[in-house]
Write a protein that binds this ligand. Structure first.
Ligand SMILES: Nc1ncnc2c1ncn2[C@@H]1O[C@H](COP(=O)(O)OP(=O)(O)OP(=O)(O)O)[C@@H](O)[C@H]1O
Length: 205
């Protein structure tokens, strides 16, 4: 298993955001995307996860290999914590959900409706979905938002276990996860050159 991204350009609203990105992530490796707000990390992750088409370039892995966790947690608020994870286990056709409950310290909350969880607890549930997915490639956008320090450490541990089991991870985060083994990629140098506006007034019509 290997994620090979080659000469990738990505866009938002039809405008190129990042251009000419190439990188590989091997089994057992994590790559952390860095870059200021608006630099295109989310756009890049969404493109790699197959949620939007690239402008050009290739992503050498089918989207079925990937599990994506973005800004919205994809949680069903009327279902309990356990039912939410069971739902995803059924969708991904994987087995037991207990390892995911334990990895994110959710066992004591398993019968609580997800709508009644705190922001950090909801985030932990959203991340537990990655474990349940059974998919080898985790694509994570700002996974630690709302998490306290203990939960960030819990998340880093879950990523480590995933890598040790032969998975790989691509994530964007502004904070230090304490994953010293992760490689960093600053997307800033890949910022697309904005298109020339040669008909300024016409652009507003
Ligand atoms: N729905 C949208 N339609 C058009 N442009 C968008 C949309 N969402 C984001 N953009 C623009 O696309 C560019 C890249 O945004 P993106 O969300 O990928 O950046 P980011 O690096 O993830 O930022 P952050 O660190 O703030 O999460 C920005 O200029 C942003 O304003």
């Amino acid at each position: 298993m290997e994620l090979n991204v080659s000469d990738l350009s990505v866009s938002r609203g039809g405008i190129a955001v990042l251009e000419g990105l190439s990188f590989s992530i091997l089994e057992g490796e994590a790559l952390v995307l860095r870059g200021p707000n608006g630099s295109g990390k989310t756009t890049l992750l969404r493109t790699i996860a197959g949620l939007q088409p690239p402008l050009r370039g290739t992503i050498g892995l089918e989207r079925e290999a990937m599990a994506y966790a973005g800004h919205s947690d994809g949680i069903k608020s009327v279902l309990t914590v356990r039912e939410n994870l069971q739902f995803w286990a059924d969708v991904f056709e994987t087995g037991a959900i207990d390892p995911a409950l334990q990895a994110f310290d959710l066992s004591a909350l398993e019968n609580r409706p997800a709508g009644g969880l705190s922001a950090g607890q909801k985030r932990r549930l959203g991340l537990a979905r990655m474990v349940v997915s059974g998919r080898p490639v985790w694509v994570l956008d700002e996974p630690t938002v709302s998490l306290d320090l203990a939960s960030v450490a819990m998340f880093a541990e879950a990523v480590r276990a995933h890598l040790a089991a032969g998975g790989l991870a691509l994530l964007a985060t502004h904070i230090d996860l304490g994953l010293s083994e992760a490689r960093m990629l600053d997307v800033t140098p890949f910022k697309a050159i904005p298109p020339e506006i040669d008909d300024f007034d016409g652009d507003f019509l």
